[in-house]
Write a protein that binds this ligand. Structure first.
Ligand code: GTP
Ligand code: MG
Length: 391
């Protein structure tokens, strides 16, 4: 009996122990996932997930690394306008930019002079001279002409001073006789109207801003027309250029008719009696027909107010032969009266001055030599050739 009682006792103790162990396990299991729902809720339901908040821009940093501290409210916009900038005068900018021009273009002249100074000017040397000129984008026909002229002159006059001969011949190619004056004045009381055209990214808006600064430095009054209505940002970009020098910009809504913005700009210019209205246009036009239609319309509509006195084609000097193709298309779409060659600071291919003038029969009137607000200068054939030859 005693043995039976002992066995029952042992079974009871083991049973109780087993039940306790199993119950403990279950409780532990239940506890473990406990914190998960809480964490989960925290992540999904962060107080920053405001349904009213605008979508985060792709360029913005990921929301998780945003500072937790509350963002300081922006200071209320000060109604005080920033002080007006005083643009650099033409004389000092010419001196300053001449060095930059020599820096980017000097290699061409140095290369040519080194070749022309060889003791024997054999066929190989002349070929090298031709290659050097072609590499600088002078174009095939002008290169052949120049080589012919140099060959015959050096044969007749001897090779004592190749630099003087080269200078004369390069100058003749660049053509110092072309009229490069900007037509920024109108007849009588009317403003001069400058239309600025060119492909995407050539530097049109920047150039409009820079020309406005040149005119302001010369105490002329200016109104700008933001007729590139493709993007709101383009309108703002021009407005900022104007504000810096106290020049008003006539704007249209994004997608507005460019011709109507241009019309209003000239209308405003006349009303204020300013000297010059400069109109910025859009560059991204799909095809030649679209381009002709749009630019033709802008010009026609503007001329209901006042004649367009200058149509400037802005060309990026770094685009080489592509730039030449663009130049041709634009000159067919609208009567180009002058060329602005931008980004000459970033290109050793200044020969495009010669090529584009030949192609269009229109002078280069201004050159862009940097991204600075006053890095635009009137084109001067003598100074340009001197820069090519290194001073
Ligand atoms: N280095 C250098 N950069 C220039 C020069 N002119 C313009 N740029 C730069 O070229 C870029 C394009 O200039 P924009 O004036 O916006 O060109 P845009 O023709 O108006 O372009 P879209 O409005 O897009 O058709 C900008 O980053 C300018 O700073 C120049 O002479 N030298
Ligand atoms: Mg632009």
């Amino acid at each position: 009996m005693e043995t039976l009682a002992l066995v029952i006792l042992v079974i009871a103790v083991v049973g109780v122990a087993l039940v306790g162990a199993v119950a403990g396990l279950v409780v532990t299991r239940r506890r473990k996932p406990g914190p998960l729902p809480d964490t989960h809720t925290d992540v999904l339901g962060t107080p920053t997930a405001d349904p009213e908040a605008p979508p985060v821009e792709l360029s913005a940093p990921p929301a998780t690394i945003e500072p937790e501290a509350p963002v300081e409210p922006e200071a209320p916009a000060e109604p005080v306008a920033p002080p007006l900038e005083r643009p650099e005068g033409t004389a000092s900018r010419l001196v300053r930019l001449r060095q930059r021009l020599a820096g980017s273009q000097g290699a061409l002249g140095r290369g040519l002079l080194a070749l022309l100074s060889r003791e024997r000017l054999d066929e190989d040397t002349w070929e090298d001279i031709e290659d050097t000129l072609l590499t600088a984008d002078i174009g095939v026909a002008p290169t052949q002409e120049l080589v012919e002229r140099l060959r015959s002159r050096l044969r007749v006059e001897g090779t004592a001073d190749p630099r003087a001969v080269l200078r004369e011949e390069l100058l003749a190619l660049v053509d110092p006789t072309m009229d490069r004056a900007l037509r920024v004045s109108g007849e009588g009381d009317e403003p001069g109207v400058v239309l600025v055209v060119g492909v995407n990214g050539a530097g049109k808006t920047t150039t409009v801003g820079k020309i406005a600064r040149i005119l302001v430095a010369e105490d002329r009054s200016v109104v700008l027309g933001a007729a590139d209505t493709f993007r709101a940002a383009a309108v703002e970009q021009l407005g900022t250029w104007g504000e810096r020098v106290g020049v008003e910009t006539v704007k249209g809504e994004e997608g507005a008719d460019p011709a109507s913005v241009a019309f209003r700009a000239v209308e405003e210019g006349r009303r204020q009696g300013v000297d010059t209205v400069i109109v910025d246009t859009a560059g991204r036009l799909q095809n030649k027909q679209g381009l002709m239609d749009e630019l033709g319309k802008v010009k026609r509509v503007v001329e209901k107010q006042a004649p367009v006195t200058e149509v400037l084609l802005v060309l990026d000097a770094t685009t080489g032969q592509n730039g030449m193709i663009q130049a041709r298309v634009f000159s067919e779409a609208v009567d180009v009266t002058g060329i602005v060659l931008t980004k000459l600071d970033g290109s050793a291919k200044g020969g495009i001055v010669v090529a584009v003038q030949r192609e269009l029969g229109v002078p280069v009137k201004l050159v862009g030599l940097g991204e600075g607000a006053d890095d635009l200068a009137p084109f001067d054939a003598g100074a340009f050739v001197d820069a090519l030859l290194g001073g």
